[in-house]
Ligand binder design. Structure first.
Ligand code: CTP
Length: 402
């Protein structure tokens, strides 16, 4: 995993309380550190029975104090709290939630939590039944009323073997929530961005489709980049099996027509549309109601045009201020892309030559050229996350001031 701009240089306090899920907090600490955040882990005494401060020191490269009464830790809580961007308590046991809700301060984590002025994110973890107890729910309500964000817990099998609601969210998902919190006041705060991803599928008969090679990775990366900058994001996904970024409102579609319906509806009041999806240009004119059988001979499938989604969006009077299209080409990249920019009245077009190896469909990297009215910028081979960041830089610049 590589650096994540929205977390780069952020000061994150990671409170770890005493649950078996504490081992997953080590993974979270590692992910946050690799993302570029400065992570100070603070373990409760109970947490130190499941994992050691050394685990966190090794992963974060920073001391992970657990004892309020050690010489350094006694003065540490003010220093730790001062200037922190976010306090994440993961796992948060019923005990630590009660202490946080009531302002108890008898260890380094709870003392730091009272001294801190940054947002608080808690990821509860407790065994079946405990989470539903009115006392726990009342404590969570108190924390929420004070502005804390409660994430999870998930349903599932717990360490006791019981099933229920009480599993801490997985580190990947907690990371998504941390990104949301860190980006909340970002440059696209208050903006609505619609992103499409994946490839549409047009039915030939009940079992066969006309499809394309899009994986959805680039579109999902664009959605994540927009969330990182504080935008409210609608992600219209066509046939994608990827996990959507935390915070995106996802709409699943299959065909070009379904995508058109979802995009047109979502674009009402949106500031930007990024059409990263590979939309079928043609579809079978009359899909067969029953499976085409071999013994009926070679079928001939007549095609018809699908709706041009970008064309309809940009022709509308209330179009989003910034509309970005993609052009996947196998030749004459710049000329073809410029033609599309103009004909589809786009603000920006992202052109890529899909014949190049190691980039494009299905891969984690992409080599694109960004073209707008002012010229073409050829980018080097980048990760799809980096490409998404560059596209969002342009979207930001193209949007009129709020
Ligand atoms: N697109 C769309 N509606 C369609 C087809 C494509 O909005 N029915 C969008 C895609 O999401 C992409 C851009 O238009 O952003 C691609 O333009 P398009 O002209 O379809 O490119 P190609 O499929 O490469 O078409 P051509 O045959 O003109 O090369």
């Amino acid at each position: 995993m590589s650096a994540i701009p929205v977390l780069s240089g952020k000061r994150i306090l990671l409170g770890v309380s005493g649950s078996i899920a504490a081992y997953k907090a080590a993974d979270l600490a590692s992910r946050l550190t690799k993302a570029g955040a400065r992570v100070d882990a603070i373990l409760t005494a109970a947490a130190s029975r499941f994992v050691t401060p050394l685990t966190f020191q090794s992963l974060t490269g920073r001391p992970a104090p657990a004892d309020l009464w050690s010489d350094e830790a006694h003065v540490l809580h003010v220093g730790l709290a001062d200037g922190a961007d976010l306090l994440v308590v993961a796992p948060a046991t019923a005990d630590i939630l009660a202490k946080l809700a009531h302002g108890l301060a008898d260890d380094l984590l709870t003392v730091t939590a009272l001294a801190a002025r940054c947002p608080l994110l808690v990821a509860p973890a407790m065994d079946a039944g405990m989470f539903d107890h009115p006392a726990v729910q009342a404590n969570l309500a108190t924390l929420r009323a004070r502005g804390a964000t409660v994430i999870g817990p998930a349903e599932g099998r717990m360490a006791s073997g019981l099933e229920g609601r009480g599993r801490m969210l997985e580190p990947e998902e907690i990371l998504g929530h941390v990104r949301l919190a860190a980006g909340r006041n970002g440059p696209l705060a208050g903006r609505r961005v619609v992103v499409t991803a994946g490839g549409t599928q047009e039915p030939i008969d009940p079992v066969r489709v006309l499809a394309n090679r899009s994986s959805g990775k680039q579109g999902f990366a664009v959605a994540q980049a927009a969330l990182d900058r504080g935008a409210a994001v609608t992600l219209v996904a066509a046939n994608c099996s990827l996990t959507p970024p935390v915070g995106a409102a996802r709409i699943d579609v299959a065909t070009a027509q379904e995508m058109a319906d979802a995009v047109l509806e979502s674009c009402a009041g949106a500031d930007a549309l990024v059409m990263a999806a590979a939309v079928a240009d043609f579809r079978p004119a009359r899909p067969a109601a029953r499976k085409l059988k071999k013994d009926a001979g070679l079928p001939s499938v007549e095609l018809e045009r699908t709706i041009d989604i970008l064309g309809v969006v940009t022709a509308a009077r209330a179009r989003p201020a910034c509309v970005v299209g993609f052009a996947a080409e196998t030749g004459d990249l710049l000329a073809n892309a410029r033609k599309k920019l103009k004909e589809k009245r786009l603000s920006l077009i992202v052109a890529n030559d899909v014949t190049q190896g190691g980039a494009g469909f299905g891969s984690d990297a992409n080599r694109v050229t960004l073209i707008d009215a002012t010229g073409a910028e050829e980018l080097p081979l980048l990760s799809k996350a980096e490409v998404a960041g560059r596209i969002l830089d342009r979207v930001q610049a193209l949007l009129p001031p709020a």
